[in-house]
Design a protein around this ligand. Structure first.
Ligand code: ATP
Ligand code: MG
Length: 437
């Protein structure tokens, strides 16, 4: 891609409400544009990053056997009346009526919808367990939308739902999702901590929030710092390893403020291991048994001819929130740095362009072609602009690798730089090898 052809509408005047770095940077680099309070358009750069995050989320869901599907954004109020949540959900739910005056709503979540699908097609224990997920827009009419896409009204979420015959089996589904979440956030370059959480309006009795540390986060967290050293690479997706994983994490105190009690904290965590800080909730998982299956009459026949309500869990990841969360976690010294896995481009070529001499831009175009042939997603900064302005712009854009083509470049050696590291002169084959790794 040529930078001159990429639509990045840089905003110079930031709105007063853009208080946190990620919101400011997303506006400045033209990743998003607000259309009304808490509702955003995703412009090409932001959309590309979000799609990369979505794909990693998808792969890790598939990896633990969850099946992708797609449910609509607009739901009928009837199923919410069955579960009893139509009244409970309150003003956060956007209620609409169609031309026949039927009550509809823009889904804030999908427990009712998936339960309705499941009960109408699954009658026997033989078809259990099942885990489904979809990645779909949600609407919650938040009282105070803020921090850009971090807390907005329309947002993109991965939500998964598990169906099991017994509580024991449901815990295995829960553990699989727990594992998929650790892997997902790790691939996104984030260190997430699973914290015991309140189950809130979803209800139920087992729940973890996955939190990443950031000063601008809205969740207050209290943890034993040793929880950061739990060796997540050692766990495998099998029952006993997953049990061990849950057990290893449960050894360390880690809660958000809803569950916090000073005396518990002091009793369970030595002073030198205590951390008290802020974080961003990027995922949340729940086990809630028959909270929905019972009122919605979702049961299966058991082996011995009886009926039982299925045991369910639900599991969310804020895909659009993650774009901002990654910025918050990675922004340092006025520089952005996307993790390789979600960077909008693998590398950017920055030639110093001189009006009277085409040699740098010619070299840059050759390198560009060669990288593309090798399947590398490369951005060429072909804009005629002062080189120091270019560097400032790329500090903002945060593509993790740069190839700088200026006076130092020779016929076959180029200045290769990883953000925050010293640059080195390398030949193109070496650069290609490095980028492909
Ligand atoms: P929060 O506590 O932040 O309000 P929640 O507990 O209501 O979130 P869940 O129902 O658990 O949210 O949703 C799953 C995930 O969706 C959250 O972990 C979060 O990453 C994301 N999410 C929830 N609400 C919003 C929002 N208003 N804007 C952006 N992302 C959101
Ligand atoms: Mg939550």
């Amino acid at each position: 891609m040529l930078l001159s052809k990429l639509f990045i509408p840089i905003t110079k005047d930031l709105p007063a409400e853009a208080k946190i770095k990620s919101h400011q940077l997303m506006l400045r680099t033209g990743m998003i544009r607000q259309s009304s309070a808490g509702i955003y358009s995703w412009l090409p750069l932001g959309f590309k990053i979000m799609k990369k995050i979505e794909q990693i989320v998808r792969e890790e869901q598939n990896n633990v056997g969850a099946q992708e599907m797609l449910m609509p954004t607009i739901q009928s109020a009837d199923i919410w009346k069955e579960s009893g949540r139509y009244d409970d959900y309150g003003e956060e739910m956007l209620r609409i009526s169609d031309r026949q005056k039927r009550e509809m709503l823009y889904g804030p979540t999908n427990e009712e919808q998936i339960t309705e699908i499941f009960r109408s097609s699954v009658k026997s224990y033989k078809l259990l367990p099942q885990i489904f997920y979809h990645i779909q827009w949600k609407f919650r009419d938040e009282l105070r939308p803020r921090f850009g896409v971090m807390r907005c009204r329309e947002f993109y979420m991965k939500d998964a739902y598990s169906f099991d015959l017994s509580e024991n089996e449901a815990v295995l589904s829960y553990n699989k999702m727990f594992y998929a979440y650790l892997k997902t956030f790790q691939r996104l370059g984030l260190k997430s901590i699973p914290m015991k959480a309140d189950t809130g309006p979803i209800g139920g009795d087992l729940s973890h929030e996955f939190i990443i540390l950031a000063d601008t986060g809205e969740s207050k967290i209290f943890a034993d710092k040793r929880i950061f050293d739990v060796p997540i690479d050692e766990y495998k997706n099998n029952e006993s390893s997953l049990k061990k994983m849950r057990n290893d994490f449960s050894k360390f105190y880690a809660v958000t403020d809803d569950k916090f009690k000073t005396e518990d904290f002091n009793k369970n965590v030595k002073k030198e291991d205590q951390i008290q800080t802020k974080g961003i909730e990027v995922g949340h998982i729940f086990y809630f048994g028959d909270k929905y299956s019972k009122p919605m009459n979702c049961s299966v026949d058991t082996k011995d001819g009886k009926k039982t309500f299925v045991k369910m869990g639900s599991y969310g990841i804020g895909v659009s929130r993650l774009v901002a969360a990654i910025i918050e976690a990675k922004y340092l010294n006025e520089k952005m740095k996307w993790p390789k896995s979600v960077s909008p481009f693998d590398v950017v070529i920055i030639p110093s362009i001189n009006k009277n001499d085409n040699s740098n831009i010619d070299k840059a175009k050759k390198v560009y072609k060669e990288l593309k042939t090798n399947g590398i997603d490369v951005l060429l900064d072909d804009v005629e602009e002062n080189i120091s302005n270019k560097f400032k712009k790329h500090d903002l854009l945060g593509i993790p690798y740069q190839i700088i083509i200026g006076s130092k470049a020779t016929k076959d050696q180029f200045e290769f730089k990883e953000i925050d590291k010293d640059s080195q002169m390398l030949d193109l084959n070496k650069i290609i090898k490095l980028l492909k790794n």
